[in-house]
Write a new protein. Structure first.
Length: 175
């Protein structure tokens, strides 16, 4: 029996319409990140999410997706969630039931793809489209781990409510 996992195809979020004439001021970045996350989830996952600024850590993180941004800014986009949330993400992205074994197998890839698209779309909307590059997504899977960066960063943290699950989205911007 073939055990291949269906691939997750990237999609164009019409970056043609995202052409700011200048880099937006940092005080607007939290709103841009909130809007970007909502748009990416609606387009890629087919689910409406709400985002609110937070300073409370996510207690149930079992997967952490990270995409680096380098160029005009140095930053990391980080999305943390539970296994349940990541399985729901892959299920909805692939259009298969969440109890399908392929949904669980693809959960880390789905989280990485969401991180990649949010980071790319954010840099475009903030006015840094071609002046920044993205890293390949990194996924950390486990229990009872703490993620921290070695450098000093300013952080924009957002709680993301998705299908009854809580995710934590963070944009770390190097000082």
């Amino acid at each position: 029996m073939d055990q291949t996992v269906p691939s997750i195809s990237p999609i164009n979020l019409s970056s043609q319409s995202i052409k700011p004439t200048a880099v937006l001021p940092r005080d607007l970045w939290s709103a841009v990140l909130q809007e970007t996350i909502a748009e990416v989830f609606l387009t890629m996952v087919g689910a409406a999410v709400t985002t609110t600024p937070t300073d409370a850590p996510l207690a149930t993180a079992q997967l952490t997706g990270i995409v680096g941004i380098a160029g005009a800014i140095r930053a990391n986009f980080i999305l943390q969630c539970s296994h349940t949330a990541s399985t729901k993400l892959s299920s909805q992205m692939l259009g298969i039931p969440s109890d399908d074994p392929d949904s669980r197998k693809a959960s880390a890839d789905a989280l990485g793809e969401i991180c990649n698209i949010v980071a790319g779309y954010f840099k475009a909307k903030a006015g840094m489209g071609d002046t920044c590059m993205l890293s390949v997504p990194t996924i950390i899977v486990g229990r009872d781990y703490k993620f921290h960066s070695a450098r000093m960063f300013d952080k924009l943290e957002l709680a993301v409510a998705y299908e009854g699950e809580q995710l934590l989205a963070t944009l770390e911007i190097a000082r």
